[in-house]
Design a protein around this ligand. Structure first.
Ligand code: NCD
Length: 489
């Protein structure tokens, strides 16, 4: 594996190797390599630690580094699309791009379109995998383990990308997770579900640190990500409600374990300190150590990627697609049905969920220019009580229409009718990847047309029933209801 886009792409072995390598480098020093390469450091968003620690690590290893820190002074300000900026660096011979960008899924998009290695230094509110590896390295070096710990994440769990990646990584280790935040900044349900599905563990949720503090071995504090709140008055109001809602100070820490480890990806916000300054002097303070670890972990990441030492998860795509589940034809002429639908040639879509027939018709985009169409609503069905049926004369479904049908209806069966006889009957399946059909509903996803980045939407089918598909870029899943709504526009 030559890229680091998301924790999701790593194996537990990869994480353990990176921790081991970074701790070795911390102890023994970073050695220069003979294989130096050109590295681009492209920061479309503000950064201190992520950029500087990466660049220092690259220099210590002997690599050459160039790029920009903020878009001021670049052609991004002239309205250049992300792809063009990336292609320039590829063309100038940079073998690795370390990038931070405000849109979710931007690094994945870069990976799809460039031949260099890509390292994600933060993609909007979505993820920050290198920070998470630093967090794990720090916990491992201070606690000696990553399992059997009580780990509390506090603060902005909605917009904070570091906690998103950290929760995903904790899916590999059997520790207990506590999420503490004001309700409006809670970790999204789907991220919690991903964790629970992976581990089978429950998560403790609270809006009050006092309730859980004494149980914790690690307290991971985050800044409220003011810059990601909605613009204008709405954002101001949302922010005012939560600003200053937690502050870790000496008095509060009296309830905590003596060996509590306090982490923070930094920066903290000086006008409303989430951790008071006088906590710096406690043994419990781990955030300066954590920040310093950044250089070693990022050196380990560069080394392991350039030397292809990480295995990475390979996505099993089923090329042998079973897109049609053949069903037995019981009554080849369907005499009764022929009386109703008068379909001599065409497609009869049966068993559509009741009251969905019109929706299916409009989403399939069939219209009467193709031949007569009939939607029968609320037909009595032995299996489903009531069902809708759609008869489309003279037309057979295109692959896109078939995928669309199986996205919006779980139970529909398709009868292909030729010369008054059902010649095939089946259920349409879904391919493993759905390209260019469903729009991601995350407004910050790079695939949204509003951003003019031209990233074609793409979803992976994770589960067919009940349907769950996941955006290739921002990793947000959708269920059948959400897909149907999205298709309806
Ligand atoms: C974090 C980030 O940029 O997501 N900082 C970092 O990389 N260390 C956290 C933050 O900005 O609050």
């Amino acid at each position: 594996m030559k890229n680091l886009i998301s924790i999701k792409d790593l194996l537990r072995d990869d994480i353990e190797l990176l921790i081991k390598e970074s701790l070795r480098m911390k102890e023994k020093g970073i050695k220069r390599t003979n294989n130096n390469v050109n590295i681009a450091s492209l920061f479309f968003e503000n950064s201190t630690r992520t950029r500087v620690s990466f660049e220092t690590a690259a220099q210590d290893l002997g690599h050459y580094i160039n790029g920009f820190s903020g878009t001021e002074g670049t052609s991004v300000k002239k309205g250049e699309p992300l792809l063009d900026t990336l292609k320039m660096f590829e063309g100038y011979g940079y073998q690795l791009i370390h990038m931070r960008h405000g849109l979710e899924g931007s690094s994945r998009y870069a990976l799809d379109n460039c031949n260099c290695s890509i390292v994600n230094g933060g993609d909007g509110a979505n993820s920050h995998p290198t920070q998470t590896l630093i967090d794990l390295m720090t916990i491992k070096s201070r606690k000696g383990k990553l399992e059997n710990l009580n780990i509390g994440l506090i603060g902005d769990l909605k917009y904070g990308r570091t906690v998103h990646s950290l929760l995903r990584a904790m899916g590999f280790f059997d520790s207990k997770i506590f999420l503490v935040s004001p309700e409006s900044l809670a970790m999204s349900k789907w991220r919690q579900e991903d964790y629970k599905t992976k581990t089978g563990n429950e998560i403790t949720i609270s809006d009050n640190l006092n309730e859980v503090l004494k149980e914790l071995d690690v307290l991971y504090v985050t800044r409220i990500q003011r810059e990601r709140f909605p613009e204008g008055l709405e954002g101001d109001i949302e922010y005012r409600k939560v600003s200053g809602s937690y502050n870790i100070n000496l008095e509060l820490l009296q309830q905590a374990k003596q060996d509590l480890l306090i982490l923070h990806p930094l920066p903290r916000y000086k006008l409303n300190m989430e951790i008071s300054m006088d906590v710096n002097k406690l043994n419990q303070c781990g955030y300066y150590d954590q920040a310093a670890n950044g250089k070693f972990m990022r050196a380990a990441i560069i080394e392991c990627l350039l030397n292809e030492r990480l295995g990475g998860v390979t996505r099993e795509l089923n090329n042998n697609l079973q897109l049609w589940d053949e069903l037995p034809i019981k009554n080849g002429s369907k005499k009764g049905q022929r009386m109703i639908y008068r379909l001599d040639n065409g497609t009869l879509i049966d068993h559509i969920e009741h009251n969905r027939g019109d929706l299916v018709k409009s989403l399939l985009g069939v219209n009467s220019y193709d031949g007569p169409i009939l939607v029968a609503n609320g037909i009595r069905s032995k299996r489903y009580g009531r069902k809708d049926v759609l008869a489309i004369h003279d037309v057979s479904l295109s692959p896109e229409q078939s995928y669309m049908l199986s996205l919006i209806s779980e139970q529909a069966t398709v009868n292909i009718i030729k010369n008054k006889r059902v010649v095939r009957k089946g259920k349409v399946g879904l391919p493993d990847v759905i390209d260019n059909l469903v729009q991601c509903q995350n407004m910050k996803c790079i695939s949204r047309p509003e951003h003019y980045e031209f990233a074609q939407n793409k979803f992976y089918v994770e589960r067919k029933g009940p349907l769950k598909i996941r955006c290739h870029y921002c990793e947000q899943p959708m269920n059948r209801e959400e897909v149907t709504k999205a298709l309806m526009g």
